[in-house]
Design a protein around this ligand. Sequence first.
Ligand code: ZN
Ligand code: ZN
Ligand code: ZN
Length: 339
Amino acid sequence: MSGELEKLISGKSDLSSVRQSAKRHPDLKEGFKAAMQPVVRLVSEGFRKMRLKKEKVRTFPAALDEEIEDIMSILSLIDEEITPSDAITMTSKDFARRQRLTSFLEKHSKQTHYTFQLKKCTSANCNVCVLSPTRLPPEVFDTLSFLPDPMLDPSGEHYLSFAELYGKPTTEADRPSLKQPTQKSETDKKRKQLLVAAKVRDVISCGECRKPRCIYAASKLLAEEGGAVTRAQQDGTYVCGGHIFAEGGRYHDKIVTKVDLTCASPVETQYYGSVTVAFPDCCFHCGTLSNLLEQTDPYILELRQSYHTVRPICSPCHAGGKQASTRGPTNARKKIRKI
Ligand SMILES: [Zn+2]
Ligand SMILES: [Zn+2]
Ligand SMILES: [Zn+2]
């Protein structure tokens, strides 16, 4: 990249500010793209070495502007005032202002935390679906429903099966990550003896919030059990509040995670107090391993004068107003000793 172009992007910390600048300086777009190629190649090669459930990860080149415009031109069928170039730069606010588009999505889509689903309608008055009517026989098409949301059975402990929910109205209320940690779950109560720091054997990251959640087992994991845990860790489907091993399986009650957790719950204290395995320090609030406040940080130093335990906190969480979690005020101990 020429010195001239480098000057243009110096101090720009994200792509949208580079894009803004490229609008005023047309050379910047091509220059920036060319300069990024080796990085893009390297990241792409890195991903291609990875596997998910034994399948190789594939990478694709970014869509060209013309390809994006082609796709976006479909939107003009719904609202003829939307041009492909509008569509590319549209923000969600602009989107909400487009009445035809929003009413189309209301009638034809289901948008949830997990999915975005579209389904044609069979109304003769729908100016979009009449252009490409359904091809399935009507009696088959009518049986197709949107995928249901996960819902709990009346006990509140188990999720209903797909077959029990398909075609029925569902809501996101029982989404595992939204489940409120109300009264301590019966399951955790029953496992009270197991859910202690001395029985932490490993951790698993939540597929949604990425926080590490402790894996508990009464005794050290055997090779076979360790293998099952590794597969669960790689599988990436574990979510806070869920079970690491499915109901009915041999490990379901033997190798467990706390179920009285949501993605909003902080890292478990057992993580820090683990006896058999030592885990790296991570932020108590968000679980990140990076950008933790140093032990020499004045804020931490001050807390350490008053508390025995000061849990790690990352600077973004602290800057966002969160406080470090502390335990055991030293003053209280001194007072006790004096007595
Ligand atoms: Zn329609
Ligand atoms: Zn989570
Ligand atoms: Zn944090």
